[in-house]
Design a protein around this ligand. Structure first.
Ligand code: GLU
Length: 488
């Protein structure tokens, strides 16, 4: 099995692209095949300078490694189409020589004018095809001398596929079963543009053939291109690879998840946006794996190894799948919680030091342990400032509501009682508070809020004993006193 991911560097890697790459990768790994990355950069008008770098780094971030591709030659390179032009020209010439393709000189204005002229009620939008090509300026309507003269004079021309009507183009899609197109619905595709560069269709089939690709797995939006590809394979006498078209990713409100549509709903579309927003890479991978595929039971959480083991194209659905940001967040929390405290601490260390300075490694790891179950994103930890420095303000609303006249006295008395606690452990702290409320015959409710407020400035958060243990004796007592001073 040889599969490929063939992005065009016309923009940053889209989540749909990441899903395509992932499914190809999973399949290659499962079957001990080869995963090829091919950069389809023949469209120079839409070329985006840093897109290739973004695609590569996004794949690496997601844990998807390719076996062959730019910088990783496996004997089928080069892997950028802009470096393979000679081969496309060779194939185009072969097609022309074998009367499967022809040269056309029409300018786009001429094409528009001719289409206008050929428009009839039966054919409201004439295309360049078997019905119209004989009224155009091409090598089918001109003498070979005229053609040769025009070419020699440097006139611009394109190469078009000669599509003959009256046949059914059939192929089996692994996901969709038998697919059939009437050849009359396919126009005479441009294969080589006037700048001499191949179009997507030509370059794509030449490379899939030359790179010995066995399975073409791509998004459903490419399904209408497949009959053209099948015709090209047939014209060259090549085998058609196995085809599999993945279901569309739909917006939560229905319709395709286009960039505009997604923006409106606050859904990021490029992988780098998820990365910057602090998503766990594997959460996005796990989420995308389930967006179109299911394991046939109710499991949802899969490590990469488990995905490789369980994945199959047979369990990829045909109908579009709705994007659900909340589900992604659920996966994110899951995968965040499965990481070790010290691993998360490693990730946050620099930003924590930049923001708070002088936070010991031990303190950071403990803070992570304390908060891990409450975080949606690792970086949310930075928002719990009180874990790293004494509160400088106290939540006004809850102070107004729950800070009572006797709160300062209670807090001061508890602070005093803590002075005699020698072993600063969770057990001892719990014991100290229990004893304190018993001696003073006071309900727990009366003291818990002042303690929490003094420790964190917030009305809610992690456990009181855990916070006191994290801050240590001196700092805990200092926070109680500082709170009393501030609210006096
Ligand atoms: N270059 C196409 C893209 O940008 C590749 C489609 C295919 O996989 O054939 O998605």
């Amino acid at each position: 099995m040889r599969v490929r991911f063939a992005p065009s560097p016309t923009g940053y890697l889209h989540i749909g692209g990441l899903r395509t790459a992932l499914y190809n990768f999973l399949l290659a790994r499962k079957h001990g095949g080869t995963f090829v990355l091919r950069v389809e950069d023949t469209d120079r008008t839409r070329f985006v300078e840093d897109a290739e770098a973004d695609i590569l780094s996004s794949l690496t971030w997601a844990g998807i490694q390719f076996d062959e591709g730019p910088g990783l030659n496996g004997g089928y390179g080069p892997y950028r189409q802009s470096e393979r032009s000679t081969r496309y020209a060779e194939v185009a010439n072969h097609l022309i020589e074998h009367e499967k393709a022809y040269i056309a000189f029409d300018s786009s204005e001429e094409i528009d004018a001719l289409k206008e002229r050929l428009r009839t009620p039966e054919n409201p939008s004439p295309r360049y095809d078997h019905e119209t090509r004989l009224s155009m300026s091409n090598s089918l309507t001109m003498s070979s001398e005229d053609v040769a003269r025009k070419v020699a004079a440097g006139e611009e021309y394109v190469v078009r596929l000669l599509v003959t009507p009256g046949s059914q183009i059939k192929f089996t899609d692994v996901i969709r079963g038998e697919v059939e197109f009437d050849s009359a619905t396919v126009d005479d595709q441009v294969l080589v543009k006037s700048d001499g560069l191949p179009t997507y269709h030509l370059a794509n089939i030449v490379d899939d053939h030359d790179m010995a690709i066995t399975h073409v797995i791509r998004g459903e939006e490419w399904l209408p291109s497949t009959p053209k590809h099948v015709l090209l394979y047939q014209a060259m006498g090549w085998d058609v690879p196995q085809m599999a078209h993945l279901p569309l990713i739909l917006s939560p409100t229905g319709g395709k998840l286009s960039k505009r549509n997604a923006d409106k709903q606050g859904i990021p579309v490029s992988v780098s946006q998820y990365r910057e927003a602090g998503y766990e890479a594997h959460a996005l991978v796990n989420f995308l794996a389930m967006l179109g595929w299911n394991p046939g039971d109710d499991r949802e959480v899969f490590s990469m190894e488990e995905l490789i083991e369980a994945f199959s194209l047979e369990r990829v659905g045909q109908s579009g799948v709705q994007f659900d940001l909340q589900k992604l967040e659920w996966f994110n929390e899951h995968w965040l919680r499965s990481r070790s405290d010290s691993d998360i601490a490693d990730e946050l260390e620099t930003s924590i030091q930049d923001t708070f300075s002088d936070v010991s490694r031990e303190h950071l790891v403990e803070a992570v342990a304390l908060m891990k179950d409450r975080l949606s994103f690792a970086s949310d930890l930075l928002e719990a400032e009180y874990l790293f420095r004494r509160p400088s303000s106290y939540d006004e609303k809850s102070v107004a509501k729950r800070w009572k006249d006797d709160s300062p006295v209670v807090l001061a008395a508890f602070a005093d009682s803590l002075e005699s606690v020698d072993e600063w452990t969770l057990d001892k702290l719990e014991e100290a508070l229990q004893t304190f409320v018993e001696i003073h015959e006071m309900g727990m409710g009366k003291i818990m809020f002042p303690i929490r407020l003094a420790l964190s400035g917030q009305p809610s958060g992690p456990g009181l004993y855990e916070m006191m243990a994290l801050f240590g004796k001196d700092e805990t007592i200092a926070r109680f006193r500082a709170c009393n001073d501030a609210l006096a």
